[in-house]
Write a protein that binds this ligand. Sequence first.
Ligand SMILES: *Cc1c(COP(=O)(O)O)cnc(C)c1O
Length: 341
Amino acid sequence: MLDLRSDTVTKPSEKMRKAMYEAEVGDDVYGEDPTVNKLEKLAANILGKEDALFVTSGTQGNQIAGLVHCKPGQEVIMEAQAHIFLYEAAALSAFAGVQIKTLEGDNGAMKLGDVEAAIRGDDIHQPETGLICIENTHNKAGGAVIPLENMEKIYQLSKKLGIPVHLDGARLFNASVASGIPVKEFAKYTYSVQFCLSKGLGAPVGSMIAGSSEFISQARKWRKRLGGGLRQVGVLAAPGIIALEENIKHLEQDHENAKQLAEGLQNIEGITIENKVETNIILLDITKSNTTTEHFVNYLKEQNILAGPFGPNIIRFVTNNSITKKDIDNVLVAVQKIVNR
Ligand SMILES: *Cc1c(COP(=O)(O)O)cnc(C)c1O
């Protein structure tokens, strides 16, 4: 099976498995796991933040950030198609007691004027704005890179008003590789950042959150409350270190494969590509192909290819480190067959 449903499907490499076996461990709730400590230091350095924390998932990282930054009864601003809004089971409302205010973005980027207009003031009838969230790359916008200038403008506004900015950077390294801008630069315009080790970077489990020492010390407590204080978790941090030290550069190949796939798909009549394909995500619009996403996905499966439905007429392909150039050719042949049918 060629699995293009997501970049979460990547399996740990032999080197990662070996590192897991050999990892030096201790009790991380006591702060005594040397491998976790090494990973946290490494992540903080790469992001240019004071400190970082290993968390079980991207969702947990985003939730912890919301819990640290917000009080119940506040409002959190984010783009209308944000992962936190669409795919985290309303966790911010359930745990942090906040409501979410969504703004329609342009290719995933919220407009400064819209953010400014959405911020609520000191009115007895209204929730206060407690947090602004940005997502980079933007998943639902097809892996779009949110421009650095957009992040800078929103950050300057937030600083003026004393409202924190959290970056859901599940795929921040894809944004960095595609734009040539170091992750540090993106992170500069945030109070906290979450990124996934378990997506394109290829680790089996985990995400990192980063921010000031004060933010991380509160985050550590929230992680404990959520049941995310783990013990000899160096076995999971070890592949995370390899992900950061060795796998960032491999994202370039994922992006190249995505471009090659997009170019091939563009030449097939009856389907169109919905997004710009800046990173590793392709959104295929099958409206004109006279079939449903369900059938299309099933036809692909019959030909040993997995892809995911991603909206009424959209199929999402995500390249990842298990996909080769030759696999891309096979996907193109399969799609052509389906369209001919
Ligand atoms: C995948 C993803 C997450 C959540 O990560 P999990 O580890 O699956 O919980 C959060 N935000 C974005 C933008 C994502 O793509």
